[in-house]
Ligand binder design. Structure first.
Ligand SMILES: Cc1cc2nc3c(=O)[nH]c(=O)nc-3n(C[C@H](O)[C@H](O)[C@H](O)COP(=O)(O)OP(=O)(O)OC[C@H]3O[C@@H](n4cnc5c(N)ncnc54)[C@H](O)[C@@H]3O)c2cc1C
Length: 382
């Protein structure tokens, strides 16, 4: 058993760390403060091949493995969690989804522009009445000749405001419930597709979280991923891969908070010595380091199972559950170590941003409770 990254994966890490430190980090505070989508950075990341990382080169992707992908999302999220989730969604929820489930026609249409940064994508499952239970989706796609006419509304869609195309969960047979769902690609410029409001959010404030509205939206049936009625299964499978990205995002946020807390514990003096010399602080740091490493290992394990074509749904749920809850605990503990200077918005540390950014990782792509449902089912199945 080898826990080390390969030479190639280390190289991927070195390159993205350098880019993150030099290009993204100086912008991160502004992205958060102004809820600014980092378009220039996303374009540059796209040009460098970071938006279709696990897609083979034959379709314009980077041909990297899932472990490298998790390393990239971790490194980007370490400096800017908003940029991290944009990258994760473009990769896991759009590019990898089309790569795994799309027809040749869809792969050739959508993957090359993702691979070289000309396009962005999103996945739209959630509706006002269908969140954790996304199998209850009510957006309908009614057959009309060779086309579908799509009507409905999706909410909270990451990248929704600027994605060139959306993968949308629709009901093609409402009487069949979750067995009557399908996933279809809908281009942004399709008549009847319009954007609703952008949400104000607690964290990842540079991510565009958007309502999408479909009114009599005509698309060819050939835009469907997989067979009719397979949408729920395909959606679950897309999320299995996505959870590796969100686990990596959580690890990145937690690592950043941890690093700053260690620095502060060395520098800040009270009672005549560095606060890190008090056991109340040093033990906290020790626990944080163990939890962080465990979260990273679970994330890499899930990615490694995906790379070696073994079942990874449960491992991805475990990784996301543990990494998200760990990120929440670590960012909370880091803020506490900063004391008052962690709570106020100061240029001297980012503790409050990490604290806010970590919270979403336990909600999107399945809440922590949803991960427990996945894990428990795998334990109890006959
Ligand atoms: C910033 C942001 C970005 C998002 N991006 C996307 C996106 O790109 N695409 C997309 O499709 N969606 C996206 N979402 C939606 C997100 O995936 C959902 O919010 C999430 O799945 C939870 O659904 P819900 O909000 O409807 O909560 P609900 O399903 O109403 O859940 C409310 C609470 O009940 C719990 N609960 C529900 N069912 C059970 C159960 N069976 N057992 C135990 N507890 C349960 C939940 O865990 C939660 O704590 C995003 C959300 C946010 C906030």
């Amino acid at each position: 058993m080898d826990f080390a990254l390969s030479e190639g994966q280390e190289e991927v890490r070195a390159v993205i760390r350098d880019f993150s430190e030099s290009r993204i980090k100086p912008m991160a505070r502004r992205i958060d403060a102004q809820s600014e989508v980092p378009f220039d950075i996303l374009r540059e990341l796209g040009h460098r091949g970071y938006m279709a990382m696990t897609v083979s080169k034959a379709y314009g992707g980077a041909g990297l493995d899932a472990v490298s992908y998790s390393v990239v999302v971790e490194e980007i999220s370490r400096v800017c969690a908003s940029t991290g989730v944009c990258v994760s969604v473009n990769n896991s929820l759009f590019s990898d989804a089309i790569y795994r489930f799309g027809s040749e026609m869809l792969k050739h249409r959508y993957l090359p522009p993702m691979g070289d940064g000309r396009a962005n994508g999103c996945l739209a499952l959630t509706e006002p009445e269908a969140g954790t239970d996304f199998g209850a989706a009510r957006t309908v796609a009614v057959k009309d000749g060779d086309d579908y006419l799509v009507d409905g509304r999706k909410i909270y869609i990451t990248n929704g405001g600027f994605a060139d195309a959306a993968l949308v969960l629709v009901s093609t047979d409402p009487a069949a419930g979750s067995r009557g769902l399908s996933i279809v690609a809908i281009d942004r410029d399709t008549p009847g597709f319009r954007l609703g409001r952008r949400e104000e959010t607690l964290g990842i404030r540079g991510s565009d979280t958007r309502e999408l509205i479909f009114e009599n939206c005509r698309i060819p049936q050939t835009n469907r991923l997989g067979e009719e009625g397979e949408g729920f299964r395909v959606g679950l499978s897309i999320l299995d891969g996505g959870r590796i990205g969100i686990a990596a995002q959580a690890v990145g946020i937690a690592q950043a908070a941890f690093d700053e807390a260690v620095g502060h514990a060395k520098r800040r003096h009270q009672f005549g010595r560095p606060i890190g010399e008090f056991q109340g602080v040093s033990f906290k740091l020790a626990e944080m380091s163990v939890e962080l490493e465990a979260a990273r290992l679970l994330t890499r394990r899930a990615a490694c199972l995906k790379d070696t074509k073994q079942p990874y749904a449960t491992a991805a749920a475990m990784a996301k559950l543990h990494a998200a809850e760990t990120a929440i605990r670590i960012t909370d503990a880091a803020l506490q170590i900063f004391g008052g200077s962690g709570f106020v918005c100061t240029p001297e540390n980012n503790a409050e941003r990490y604290y806010r950014d970590a919270r979403i990782t336990a909600i999107y792509e399945g809440t922590s409770e949803a991960q427990k449902i996945v894990i428990a089912r795998s334990l109890l199945k006959e």
